[in-house]
Design a protein. Sequence first.
Length: 661
Amino acid sequence: MAKPRAADGRVVIESVSPQVDGGRFPTKTTLGDSVDVTADVFADGHDMVVCILRYRPASARAWSETPMKPLGDDRWRGSFTPTELGPWQFEIMGWIDQFATWLDGLQKKLAAGLDVDVELAIGARLLMEAAGRVKGKDAKRLASIAEAISEETSPQDERVALAASDHTVTLVRDHPDRSRASKSEIRWPVVVDREKAVFSTWYELFPRSWAKKAGEHGTFADVEERLDYVAGMGFDVLYLPPIHPIGINYRKGPDNRLGAGAGDPGVPWAIGSKEGGHTDINPLLGKIEDFRSLRDAAAARGVELALDVAFQCSPDHPWVTEHPEWFRHRPDGSIQYAENPPKRYQDIYPLDFETEDPEGLWMALKDVFDHWIDEGIRIFRVDNPHTKPFSFWEWVIGEIRQHHPDVILLGEAFTRPAVMHRLAKVGFNQSYTYFAWRNTRSELIQYMADLSEVSHFFRPSFWPNTPDILTEELQTGGRAAFIVRYVLAATLSSACGVYGPAFELMEHLPLHPGSEEYLHSEKYEIRRWDIDATNTLAPVIAQVNKARHSHPALQRNRSLVFHPADNDLLLCYSKSSADDVVLVVVNLDPHHAQAGWIALDLESLGLGTDQSFMVHDLLTDRRYLWHGQHNFVRLEPEGIPAHLFAVRPHVRTEEGFDYFI
């Protein structure tokens, strides 16, 4: 028979949020952002409960504490703001507040006209117990109050007033009895990332296509000379596809043709040749000194360099001969190349994570990260992480973050939601998403709702295009589609990116009807891009990115609110941060003008029901005076088919002057 348990720990703590899989994985936050914690905290009977939130870096011994406030129905809320990068912990502690319970009963008896001499004696005892828990002046003050309350010759109303005074309540609250406190069973983990993990604007380019002269192979130096172009559009991350030597055997030609010509550069993701592998540089791009120069020149412009990590090899990679056990072999002894039916990648050998030498393989892959981290790289785009074991990613990311908590990983995993979520749980800071294929109003609203349910660990990055993705919307929608898709990407998500210059130059021809591959894809050949073209979308992109950097509301995803419109082809939504409010309206029809009435949720915009306000379009610099909930918009595809409004409430002073905040 089990022994009876002592009558302590009466407080129950459950339904703690945020948490991931019962604390198996950490929730995510960003340095400077608060972590809002809620929980059900209650006890048996009618005694009053108090609870606190305790938090600390995982490496620290001492806890910091902050009180939690009741929300009603036994739900409590507290928050803390981490002050350093890396892993943190929080826990909740709750206990019976004997003095508050006593004081509540005292006041109820007084209201009922009952004698309270006995209750005052009990209160005096509680105060003396509190005095015994502390030293110094507070102990003397508590003892003095206890003595005054128990003095029966003093008027009862004065004794009650002293017991209920703010001074007495504060003294007791500052010295609680935690001897029978309950703690949450788990120290809930939180990982704290730097700002770019949640708010960043990526630009992808192939350096080999940026040569000054046609027919030449571009270099790091060529890209460095055009960094002002990238920075001028407001991008703060420059992402380069693999910069390593490219294999010769089975090299692909233009449009994925098997059998390359003498001048065909090959696919950057077919990594490895006699010049080296994942820690080496394609000599046609330059030397390590050129890479460092590009890295530093970008940083001087507020742009951080991001590199591609693709754990796969060409048939010519040094690992193929040095470590054949790291690859899967067919019965005839040849190595199995990569396939994703109907696609075939004869120029790529996948690594075999079921190798008999997993430790050697894992350490070699970690060395790839370590090498480029030592070269000053802190952002990586990881190719197809869902085709490698979750256990590997959890281990290698943990090892990296132990020494470099500022490293950011973007996962390129277009796969099932559960798989994408697991990658986020094991440590990926951002993830590509299915945004590119969400086009209608209902699809976009539902997708944002789905993402909000996992927002405490999954950070979406919205890309309207990539070198692998040219959607039907972009193929057929013309200029309006490109503008709308970027406005949506850049304002619905705090992290976004484009593959350029294909995007701003509106590259839209597919390999064949029904394909999402580009005709003359840059993956297989060097392209010439006229970034000085007059019809470029670069100025529009620059305006959108300027708004992103100027308005804190667009730098987080938590405040998104959709507003109804009487036209299904108009999408309206807002974001807010303190006094900064941004309202977006887009025309989802790239071929026709669309108009309609918007029914604004005025409370979410910080506006009164009968208030005038100005909306300033940050894309066109036009201003409109609106009033109340219902307002009319018309957007035409020939111009700018979207409004990106800064909302400025109208105020009238006592002197009768009008102005906008």
